[in-house]
Ligand binder design. Sequence first.
Ligand code: IMP
Ligand code: MG
Length: 189
Amino acid sequence: MQQTLPPGIERVLIDAREIAAANARMAAEIARDYAGLSIVLVGVLKGAVFVTADLARALADVPGGPTDVQLDFIAVSSYGNAHRSSGEVRLIQDTTHHIEGRHVVVVEDIVDNGHTLHYLRGMLGNRKPASLRAAVLLDKPYHRALDVPIDYTGLTCPDEFVVGYGLDYQERYRTLPYLAKLRPEVLPA
Ligand code: IMP
Ligand code: MG
């Protein structure tokens, strides 16, 4: 079926069903690893807002997983050019839970050069959590600058700038239910 795409969108790369399946796979792995434990999912705003919500609900569907799943959020901004972050990551909003002694799973939308997740792992790791792992919906391994561990990966992302399902270009396109490729003419050269 031909669907009408918003202006600026070239094509759908990953549809809503594939996203849901990736979340279900990550949820199954997390449920197995944290069976009988209480965990905190720390979603990274704003990009990971949908994956955090959907992963949390997918976790609730897995029998025998964690006894308790709490939600928290952190907001960071990474500087760089319009479509790639630099090494400079800044904390915009901290978590509300105390992380010390907790089993923490950071939930990220995408890892590209790795600076953002590296920063978050360092900062949260300093707070002495009982454990710290990262769940990432999209792994974009082509331009990695830092070798940062990812414990749960949803999908490997093509080497494209993607928007939708939380990911933005200049704050636009976040609410699309799928992941899409922007038209190249929208991005600066
Ligand atoms: P990293 O610091 O390069 O690993 O990138 C992480 C952050 O850069 C993500 O949380 C996104 O905010 C942003 N980012 C990287 N690649 C993309 C993309 O393809 N589309 C939208 N945002 C992206
Ligand atoms: Mg992000």
